[in-house]
Design a protein around this ligand. Structure first.
Ligand code: 16G
Ligand code: ZN
Length: 611
């Protein structure tokens, strides 16, 4: 070993990290005929180790090089962690998933907690797949690690990969070589490429000494996030526990529906489009544990039922505003819901005319409004003014939306006296903002959202519940506290979850005695239009103010303002997609024609400037 360094440094300890590359090159010249790539790489890595590195460190290097060589980077593709992890055609994703396994293991080593790795491409076509990492709190991986994730995913060969890992571990103070142990929970949806990508993820985790991959099987994305969060809180976290928590909190909410309303309660039947994905199958299991709700699943993903996300699912229904496959004229008037491929999005709809392919859509904005009304009502029952001020429990309630929220929904929520704030598109932004409140409700119009309760507020609710149970059990105030606690149990605290969202919607509709129509007519959406523009480089568009203003290229925002001013109630913004190589244009106006024209005019400006 030392031969290679003689004449350079007499002691390996003195080889600075920065000179490793130089030594690599040199060694490659000395031994151009090593038998195999793996052996040569492993040998090289060991040969440049400072003596202070232990055998365990050496083993780690050999392991990374060895396993890295089994997952070569595909040619001509650049991977980017994007809004929701890496995504592309599933057949070329194994090197990326392998590397995501390494990142997840490092994240677990760094935090000393369990993390998650989910293999899914959500609402995208069946041939696509993707991978994302869940942090110990069950939320998305911290953004500060995204540049490292991007670099690792694109490392051209095992040596670069090794170097990146070693450098990052050093920068982040992550002890390697098995000093600490790590655990990564792995989940995947029903995509055909999921199984072989799972194997790549396992090998990625196993490439870090001390890290253990735990295969949790086929899951919805929110189930995996829930499991990670629960495991780190010391709560039982199997799928059975998940179903138990959902069904029990749902029963609790249903038991608290005022009895006098039972006779004229809302319809208890809901038909659910499972997008031929994992959500449909899970809902079939969950529904067996529920009482007071009749769930019928279509597009459940069973053999012969149809293709994942093709002509069905939440994304299709919300974007196209048409009847999904599997639904027909028999369904006219029935309350229906759509999940996306990995069941983290939920929208509702009612078939108006199957022959004309018309639906009445209730999107994420209206689901948010329903949740907000219910929670506000429970808080006001709880804080009803009487002589005893000590019984009040003031809560900071916040609503988080993105620029895609229909303007009519924002007006409606503000008129209710609620605090509404905006963030850029992507769950990681909305979730973070919502967690700043005692109760934060966030939703994207596409149906991804949840209700977050702060730990301290849950603690206050629990102590208030105990107090009221002994002083005024069964009082309206007591029931309101119990309802809020049940909501915090039912609705996923880690990430938007279509299954728990569906149960909460159904329980609230029963409580309010609302028909679908009543809910749908809370406010009328302003007509809107979305367009995409293919551009040479989407990163040339930089936005500010939660994506509502363009900062770069200069002059574009002025053009948007000029076009928008032509339309009463006009609103328009453009942003680079986080998942596709395009610029998205969104416009609203008082008529559909106005929205269409505004979107078209702005799209033309974008195309002219950047196309
Ligand atoms: C991803 C995001 C979703 C966002 C969408 C925007 C997560 C889990 N998912 O699907 O929240 O609305 O990207 O896509 O964060 P776009 O950037 O292509 O418009
Ligand atoms: Zn999804």
């Amino acid at each position: 070993m030392q031969i290679f360094c003689q004449g350079k440094n007499s002691c390996h300890d003195e080889i600075d990290r920065k000179t490793w590359k130089h030594v690599y090159t040199e060694v490659i010249h000395v031994f151009p005929s090593c038998q195999t790539l793996v052996k040569r790489e492993a040998f090289l890595a060991i040969s440049v180790l400072p003596q202070s590195f232990s055998m365990a460190d050496e083993k780690q290097r050999v392991l990374l090089l060895d396993s890295g060589s089994r997952f070569p980077l595909p040619q001509g593709v650049r991977f980017s962690y994007g809004t929701a992890g890496f995504r592309c055609n599933g057949s070329i994703l194994s090197s990326t998933v392998f590397r995501a396994g390494i990142i997840a293991a490092l994240r677990s080593l760094k935090t000393g907690s369990v993390v998650g790795l989910m293999i899914t491409a959500s609402h995208n076509p069946v041939a696509d797949n993707g991978v994302k990492i869940a942090d110990p709190d069950g939320g998305m991986m911290t953004q500060s690690w995204e540049p490292f994730a991007d670099a690792l995913a694109n490392a051209p060969d095992p040596q670069h990969l090794l170097q990146l890992v070693l450098q990052f571990a050093m920068d982040e103070n992550i002890p390697l070589g098995g000093v600490h142990s790590a655990e990564v929970l792995l989940g995947r949806d029903t995509r055909p490429t999921g199984e072989f990508l799972l194997e790549a993820a396992k090998q990625g985790v196993n490439a870090m000494i001390g890290a253990i991959p735990i295969d949790m099987g086929i899951l919805t994305t929110p189930q995996l996030h829930w499991m990670v969060r629960s495991r780190n809180k010391g709560i039982k976290a199997t799928e059975t526990d998940y179903f138990k928590q959902l069904s029990e909190s749902f029963r609790c909410l249903m038991d608290l529906v005022p009895k006098e309303t039972v006779k004229d309660r809302a319809d208890t039947k809901v038909v659910v489009d499972g997008a031929n994905g994992v959500g449909g199958a899970k809902l079939e299991e969950l529904k067996e544990m529920l009482t007071g709700l009749e769930i019928h699943v279509r597009n459940s993903g069973k053999e012969g039922e149809g293709i994942l996300n093709e002509g069905c699912g939440a994304d299709y229904v919300q974007k196209e505003k048409v009847v999904p496959c599997g639904f027909c004229s028999d369904d006219v008037g029935t309350r229906c819901a759509s999940l996306d491929g990995d069941a983290d999005r939920l929208v509702y709809f009612r078939v108006l005319s199957a022959s004309h392919n018309r639906i009445d859509l209730v999107d994420g904005d209206k689901i948010l409004s329903l949740f907000a009304i219910f929670i506000k009502e429970q808080l006001s029952i709880l804080n009803k003014k009487d002589n005893d001020l000590s019984k009040e429990l003031p809560a900071k309630l916040g609503i988080v939306q993105t620029a895609y929220a229909n303007g009519a929904s924002t007006n409606y929520l503000k008129q209710l006296g609620l605090e509404v704030v905006f963030t850029p598109t992507g769950v990681k932004y909305l979730h973070k903002k919502a967690s700043e409140y005692d109760i934060g409700i966030y939703f994207e119009a596409n149906g991804h959202g949840t209700v977050l309760f702060s730990e301290s507020f849950i603690y206050l609710l629990e102590s208030r519940s105990n107090e009221l149970a002994s002083t005024s059990a069964g009082s309206e105030r007591h029931k309101a506290v119990l309802r809020l606690l049940a909501v915090s149990q039912l609705i996923n605290q880690a990430v938007g979850d279509a299954l728990s969202g569906l149960l909460l919607v159904e329980a609230i509709l029963q409580y309010m005695r609302w028909s679908f129509q009543k809910w749908s007519e809370l406010y009328h959406d302003l007509p809107s239009r979305q367009l995409k523009v293919k551009v040479a480089d989407r990163s040339t568009v930089i936005t500010a103010n939660a994506e509502t203003r363009v900062v770069k290229p200069s002059g574009l925002q002025e053009l948007i303002d000029m076009e928008t001013a032509k339309y009463p109630r006009g609103r328009c913004f453009v942003r680079p997609s986080g998942t596709e190589d395009i610029i998205r244009v969104y416009a609203e106006g008082s008529t559909q024609e106005a929205a269409d024209n505004l979107a078209k005019a702005v799209a033309q400006h974008v195309d002219r400037l950047l196309g």
